[in-house]
Design a protein around this ligand. Structure first.
Ligand code: ADP
Length: 690
């Protein structure tokens, strides 16, 4: 070779070689030798093969043999080992050279370093693969696995792992580490995210890259723990880079380990930046997918639990789309397309007219709510509630979006509640009647036993010898007195229950109250109640229904007695007071020294069915208030300064329109008012008054 040619060959930007026709190398240029570090003695024959990456050698040999056999130029890619042991990708090209006779005289070839190109291609393909996985909703573990392998393929000789931050950002969780032994990974996973735990935790905590150039000389962490395990595995360097979301929230850490001490070069940094960006996209996407799946599952479960389905309907075309839940409610096969005719087969025949009205409303395009029933093939009935919202699409077409709820259970519960209420009302009536009957029996029993005793004494006195006529006369007189007392009781009861309808008349409230007290005397005594009556002398009469007003007083007395039934540390004082009130009203107050009530509850006491008594029904006060309001008056409660409470009503002497109201013309709580009316009827039947 002339020297000019030699100079050219040696300056060419590639590894140049020549070989004999059989493939035996007879020349390698200086670059070859410099790159591979082959000695002068290794530059001929087949020694060059020792510099080819073992994985690439079979393919390269095959290609080279094919060239030699065919005499046709060829090329192949292979990794060649550098003098320092690192491999780089090369494109090797070989061409035959012919002699004057046209026969192959030998081969010459060149190997060009394509490491950067191959790396860029690998990176690009790897990136695309991971992003495709993210886009197609692959599991996070698979994506991170692929990413780690990509890192390992790109940064030769490294071992890569990804750790994730748990939902609270407090602990590290396993992401992927296909090339790292499990027992090393477990030294890091589950650790709190604190700067002194390990490089990953520190990077996550500080949101900045942590470089451990040499595990052996590192001083930031103690020698035991992750550092010791790492060194035992032959790991010497660790680069931990935070992985962040688009909004800069730390999601995890990418950790790259090397088997030799190493600091990242600028190119390594560029790669890590790229990898963490892809990892961020993959993790965020996977987390969003998981959150979406969770919320979809949550929504589906909510829909299922609340038996709510949705549908949309395009009014112009009649095209209807149902959610799965509606198919379930209608008990129809989801494969069957929904049509109006199909829906109509399920609508309860009695609700068809209102259903048609609803369709009419749909055509008008207004929002609506509608209740209707379905009659199922097994003759069971379902109650549905629809709330629909009208939209106009961009094309101006009217479309409804609606929620349909199966409210059958609620309706059944409401019906059951209404039934239970009326049952309660009946029980309340019976139990107040029971209490009343007990006190009546007591009142009548006393004079009756007096009569029997007196009559017996009278007989004995007449049978004596001589007969004691004076004594007999006296006992006969007492018999008559007791008889009159019993008769009085009956008369009072007649007065109380003897009227069929509300009778509007002037009522002396003092007299009416005294009658009620008289009927309750023995019960008051039994309960050791000290009764003080403060009835005003000059009380004007009021216009109203005597019996109904007495029922109110009776109820207030009984409540006052109940409130004091457990009082032992003070007198059970009950004050009944009547007085003229302002604006031509008359007021009656029943004050006790009982348990009282929390002033906050002052209004609740009057709610129907509000009771604090174990055997209470909670209707007395609500009925009493409705009676007083029918008298155009007011009934209220005040807690005493000391123990106990006062219940009072004030009614006008001459209210306008009262007769109409008392005859049932007012609508407030008419059902509760009716309870008393029927209780009176029942009592009348028991007592036998007409
Ligand atoms: P019931 O007596 O069946 O409970 P009411 O409607 O008559 O029904 O009374 C409702 C509630 O009001 C009672 O359970 C009790 O808590 C309260 N209440 C009524 N009267 C008094 C009173 N004099 N002192 C304290 N609380 C009372």
């Amino acid at each position: 070779m002339d020297s000019r040619f030699c100079r050219v060959v040696e300056t060419l930007p590639g590894l140049v070689w020549t070989s004999l026709p059989d493939g035996q190398v007879d020349f390698l240029n200086q670059r070859w030798r410099d790159y591979t570090g082959l000695s002068a003695g290794e530059t001929t024959g087949w020694d060059w093969q020792t510099t080819v990456h073992p994985d690439d050698l079979p393919h390269l040999r095959e290609r080279w043999d094919a060239c030699l056999a065919s005499g046709v130029p060829g090329e192949a890619q292979a990794r060649l080992r550098r003098f320092d042991g690192a491999y780089r990708w090369f494109l090797l090209r070989a061409s035959p050279s012919a002699d004057a006779a046209g026969d192959i005289a030998g081969w010459c070839g060149v190997a060009v370093d394509i490491e950067d190109r191959v790396r860029a291609e690998t990176l690009l393909a790897g990136e695309r693969r991971v992003l495709e996985m993210a886009a197609s909703g692959q599991p996070m573990a698979a994506m991170l696995d692929a990413l780690c392998r990509l890192v390992e393929a790109t940064i030769g000789g490294c071992r890569c792992g990804v750790v994730l931050l748990d939902a609270r950002g407090a602990r590290l969780e396993h992401g992927a580490a296909p090339g790292l032994p499990e027992h090393f990974v477990t030294t890091i996973i589950g650790r709190p995210v604190t700067a002194d735990a390990d490089p990953c935790a520190m990077a996550a905590r500080l949101d900045q890259q942590v470089i451990v150039a040499d595990l052996a000389s590192e001083t930031r962490w103690p020698a035991d723990g992750w550092r010791q395990t790492g060194l035992e595995l032959g790991l010497r360097a660790c680069w931990a880079t935070p992985i962040a979301s688009i909004h800069r929230k730390v999601l995890g850490v990418l950790a790259i380990h090397h088997h030799a001490p190493r600091t990242p070069a600028a190119s390594d940094q560029a790669l890590m930046e790229q990898f963490t960006r892809i990892a961020g996209i993959a993790i965020e996407r996977a987390q969003n997918d998981a959150a979406l799946k969770r919320s979809e599952a949550f929504l589906a479960e909510t829909r299922r639990l609340s038996s709510t389905g949705g549908f949309s309907k395009r009014v112009a075309t009649g095209e209807i789309t149902w959610s799965e839940e509606i198919y379930r409610i209608f008990e129809l096969d989801p494969a069957v397309p929904v049509t109006l005719d199909l829906i109509l087969t399920r609508v309860h025949p009695e609700d068809l007219p209102s259903f048609q009205d609803m369709l009419e409303r749909q055509r008008r395009g207004s929002d609506y709510e509608h209740d209707y029933r379905l009659l199922m093939p097994d003759r069971s009935v379902k109650y549905l509630h629809v709330v629909a919202h009208a939209n106009r699409g961009e094309d101006g077409e009217l479309e409804y979006i609606a929620a349909v709820q199966d409210v059958t259970q609620r309706r059944l519960a409401e019906d059951a509640l209404a039934k239970a209420r009326s049952e309660l009302t009946r029980v309340a009536r019976v139990s107040s009647l029971g209490a009343l009957t007990a006190s009546i029996a007591h009142e009548v029993n006393q004079p009756l036993s007096g009569i029997i005793t007196n009559a017996g004494t009278c007989l004995r006195m007449l049978a004596a010898d001589p007969p004691n006529v004076d004594g007999a006369r006296e006992t006969a007189r007492r018999t008559i007195r007791d008889g009159n007392r019993a008769s009085d009781v009956i008369t009072r009861l007649r007065a109380l229950f003897g009227k069929k309808d509300a009778t509007i008349e002037p009522v002396d409230l003092n007299e009416a109250t005294s009658e009620v007290i008289a009927l309750s005397l023995s019960e008051l005594q039994r309960n050791r109640v000290i009764l003080r009556q403060e009835l005003a002398d000059d009380l004007p009469r009021v216009i109203g229904d005597r019996v109904q007003l007495q029922q109110v007083v009776l109820n207030l007395l009984r409540n006052a007695m109940d409130s004091m039934s457990g009082v032992a540390d003070r007198p059970r004082l009950l004050v009944v007071r009547t007085e003229p009130d302002q604006d031509d009203h008359v007021r009656l107050t029943v004050r006790d020294a009982g348990v009282g009530f929390d002033p906050q509850d002052a209004e609740r006491l009057f709610d129907a069915f509000y009771t604090t008594k174990s055997g209470g029904m909670g209707i007395g006060l609500s009925v009493s208030r409705s009676i007083i309001e029918r008298h155009h008056g007011r009934l209220w409660a005040v807690a005493n300064d000391g123990p106990g409470a006062a219940f009072a009503f004030s009614i006008p002497e001459r209210p306008g329109g009262i007769s109409h109201a008392l005859a049932g013309g007012v609508t407030d709580a008419p059902d509760l008012g009716a309870i008393w009316t029927s209780a009176v009827t029942d009592a009348r039947n028991v007592i036998g008054t007409t």
